[in-house]
Design a protein around this ligand. Sequence first.
Ligand SMILES: Cc1cc2nc3c(=O)[nH]c(=O)nc-3n(C[C@H](O)[C@H](O)[C@H](O)COP(=O)(O)O)c2cc1C
Length: 370
Amino acid sequence: MSAAHDSALATASGRLRTPLCDLLGSRYPIVQTAMGWVARPELVAAACNAGAFGFLAAATLRAAEVGPAIQRVRELTDRPFGVNFHMFQPGAAQIVETILAEKVQAVSFGRGPDKATVKRFRDAGIVCIPTVGAVKHAQKMVAIGVDALTIQGGEGGGHTGSVATSILLPQVLDAVKVPVVAAGGFSDGRGLAAALAYGAVGMAMGTRFLMTRDCPVPEITKARYVQAGLEDIVLTTRLDGLQHRLIRNEILGKFEQAGPARLLWSALHNAWQLKRRTGAGFGELLQAARAMQREGGLTFGQALMAANSPVFLNRSMIEGHPAEGVLSTGLVAGVLGDLPSCAELVERIVLEAEQRLAALAAGHYGTHYE
Ligand SMILES: Cc1cc2nc3c(=O)[nH]c(=O)nc-3n(C[C@H](O)[C@H](O)[C@H](O)COP(=O)(O)O)c2cc1C
């Protein structure tokens, strides 16, 4: 690297130091979000070592696996990082205790803990930063005392809402008085500059970090993401009853054609698989389904189908069978065609964001005009 390049990066790191860097202890205001079976210790550590802030995905781990996974991240990086989980997963109470005992920097969650649990995290110095997809959820999370929020616009990956980032972000910024991180569709430095211009304190990305060389997902599965165009990415409720953004593949085709009996069989089969993997009893799974119905506003059918996602994600992300598993994705995969390392990715984002911010500050608008 040239001296000019190094000095550009150093300047960038100064200009891009936002309150998010102070809250999370990261060098840049860039977050690698949690992704089930994807955000494993290798990816989290690589993201953190590159200057971003990584979240370990614990929502797909057994309670007993969370502590060792945290230890593994610590072997690979000395940077702070966070853990993502949700309160309806089997063993959630034990996971809360593990996170408290390990004193990680931050927790994120979608379907979240109650006020008392948030207070326990905060009293232990652990930053609470849930992800929300609607303004009313943002207000609810602020009311239970979280430190900051990540908003995920509809173009984002995995389970996702319908409101686009460009609409949800200003709406939430107007409605709450905590720092907000923007997610859903981001992949580059222009996105980071735009998020900051809106008033966010940083940018979070899932799909872009999945599509890196450091991500431990099998190459055959990552190749599907590289190949996918925008027309290959669909939003469906067929898989688990919730709105889920996926790359169209062989198994989704089968789900779309399946009748109710086939869908019921799949849901029960996957609940059985999940029971075996998590070691949860039927009582515990039923309790989790009831809680999802009650608190998550799901129908019984949706709660029953909830096991489909983690089981099929495992098939693609761990076992390396992209045709037989789920390829959860953000829309942005349709325009990305490379697999940089996390270090290369973060570096180019930082340089580009700095360029855009500097150009705007100097009154230079547009990118292609003289
Ligand atoms: C493969 C995949 C798995 C995901 N799993 C989770 C998860 O376990 N928990 C969670 O809170 N969000 C999950 N998400 C959502 C991401 O954390 C993040 O909010 C989203 O990907 C942001 O949008 P982007 O992909 O456009 O960057 C997942 C997303 C993807 C692509």
